[in-house]
Design a protein around this ligand. Structure first.
Ligand code: UGA
Length: 451
């Protein structure tokens, strides 16, 4: 391999790095395939044999645009292999930790998988190699793990390189992120870690992606504070929606107007059902729990309000449905369009849409639910709902239509056609994604969020 710039299937890179990725969930599977796409030699490990088997067969275990293509390409190139055998990571220069940190019973992050991954990795680690944490962890975790790694394998270095990928854009966010954050120790080990990560990310760095080198706790905090900020921004606009509803204002117009101020910005100001998914809800709770442990709980007390405002949105839609159905949902047919926590995803973890569907069913409604990708994942959590094979099937005979995830196919529904399917033309636009005038013109009673 010549030093200097080379190219593989159009991808520019400096030198392939031998990489291991530990954990093949959302983060790990996308990271592993993306690293292979960049020309690196990747071994990806997971304790779940079924997951490894599917990935090795080129099958993405979840819906993520672009992932099947880069996975196929990586497998065909021979640059990636999947295994359950941790011993196969031996000889990699960079070992990425990409295991989950779910919410534990107290709200704090459960670090079982991170601790288990480090314990399983260290016997195969050699001096001069780098353990690179990507998982979202409570501040202070990296320093503890760094000491454990150094004690087990003197000369091996642990650093933290948080991930900011969004589901639905995960491949693009991994290959060309907004920024890189490297949390490294001071001194020569830190400098060598920076050089190693620079090789891994050579392509994006050459294209000008900013890279910030900070200490370990700063890197951990960058990640969690970014998610806390995003959650706060969403709850802020949803709080404005609550005010707009009683004051007769339109929160969408309000968001457009304040969003023109560069300091505020229009992104993440879409009022609706609020945030769900595998990250924002658990991260704000874990962050509060960690602040409490550190004796600075007051600093993040506002996140309890952010959480409460967010959860109120779901209750609000259930109340609205009850009101629109004349005081009780019992025995009424409700069409729920959208189950995923956001469009372009089959993820229903803490999904506001699925939560609302389940609550209505519990209150006696007969819910007919449809989602372009998330029916199967939803069925696993809520088998009691009646899942439709199409939007049309869900809509037939409905007394009320709820649009709860803003998939393009729902935005583009023809309201006149929908009117011909339903029993009663009443729609709740839980994501303010429909053309209000068009739906009203087609005879619908339209209720948006905060407008
Ligand atoms: C989030 C962050 O955006 C990523 O930067 C981060 O890397 C990731 O968590 C993570 O920690 O792994 P993600 O969970 O994929 O990414 O989803 P987002 O696009 O942030 O959306 C989160 C939720 O907020 C969705 O339910 C979405 O519908 C909702 N949302 C978003 C709103 O209600 N309004 C908005 O204006 C924007």
């Amino acid at each position: 391999m010549p030093s200097g710039l080379g190219s593989v299937t159009g991808t520019r890179y400096r030198r392939p790095v031998r990489i291991s990725v530990i954990g093949c969930g959302y983060l790990g599977a996308v990271h592993a395939a993306s690293m292979a796409k960049l020309g690196h030699e990747v071994v990806a490990v997971d304790v779940d044999p079924a997951k490894i088997e599917r990935l090795a067969a080129g099958e993405a275990p979840f819906f993520e645009p672009g992932l099947p293509e880069i996975l196929d390409e990586a497998l065909a190139s021979g640059r990636i292999r999947f295994t359950t055998d941790m011993a196969e990571v031996a000889g990699s220069t960079v070992h990425f930790l990409a295991v989950g940190t779910p919410q534990g019973p107290t709200g704090a992050a459960d670090l079982t998988y991170v601790d288990a991954a480090v314990a399983a990795l260290t016997p195969h680690l050699a001096p001069g190699e780098f353990v690179v944490g990507k998982s979202t962890v409570p501040v202070g975790t990296a320093a503890r793990l760094a000491a454990e790694v150094e004690a087990a394998v003197p000369g091996a270095t642990l650093v933290w390189n948080p991930e900011f990928l969004r589901e639905g854009f995960a491949v693009q966010d991994t290959i060309s992120p907004d920024r890189f954050v490297y949390g490294v120790p001071e001194g020569a080990d830190g400098e060598r870690a920076v050089a190693a990560l620079d090789e891994v990310y050579a392509q994006a760095l050459a294209a000008g992606t900013p890279r910030l080198v900070v200490n370990l706790p700063t890197a951990e905090l960058v990640k969690i504070s970014a998610n806390a900020f995003l959650a706060t921004k969403i709850s802020f606009i949803n709080a404005m929606a609550e005010i707009a509803e009683v004051a007769g204002a339109d929160v969408t117009a309000l968001a457009d107007a304040i969003g023109h101020d560069d300091r505020i910005g229009r992104k993440f100001l879409n009022a609706g059902l609020g945030f769900g998914g595998g990250c924002l809800p658990k991260d704000i709770r874990a962050f509060q729990a960690r602040a409490d442990e550190l004796g600075v709980g007051e600093s993040l007390a506002f996140l309890a309000d952010v959480d409460a405002t967010n959860l109120r949105r779901r209750a609000h839609v259930v109340d609205l449905a009850t009101e629109l159905l004349g005081g009780s949902v019992a025995g009424k047919r409700v069409a729920v369009l959208g189950l995923a926590f956001k469009p372009n995803s089959d993820d229903v973890r803490d999904s506001p849409a699925l939560d609302i569907a389940a609550r209505l069913q519990e209150l006696g409604a007969s819910v007919g639910a449809y989602d372009p990708e998330a029916v199967e994942t939803a069925r696993r959590l809520h088998p009691e709902l009646d899942y439709a094979a199409s939007a049309t099937q869900a809509l037939e005979g409905a007394d009320l239509v709820l649009v709860l995830t803003e998939w393009t196919v729902f935005r583009e529904l023809d309201p006149a056609e929908v009117a011909s399917l339903v029993a009663s033309p009443v729609v709740v636009d839980g994501r303010n994604c429909l053309d209000r005038d068009a739906w009203t013109a087609a005879g619908f009673t339209y209720r948006g969020m905060g407008r």
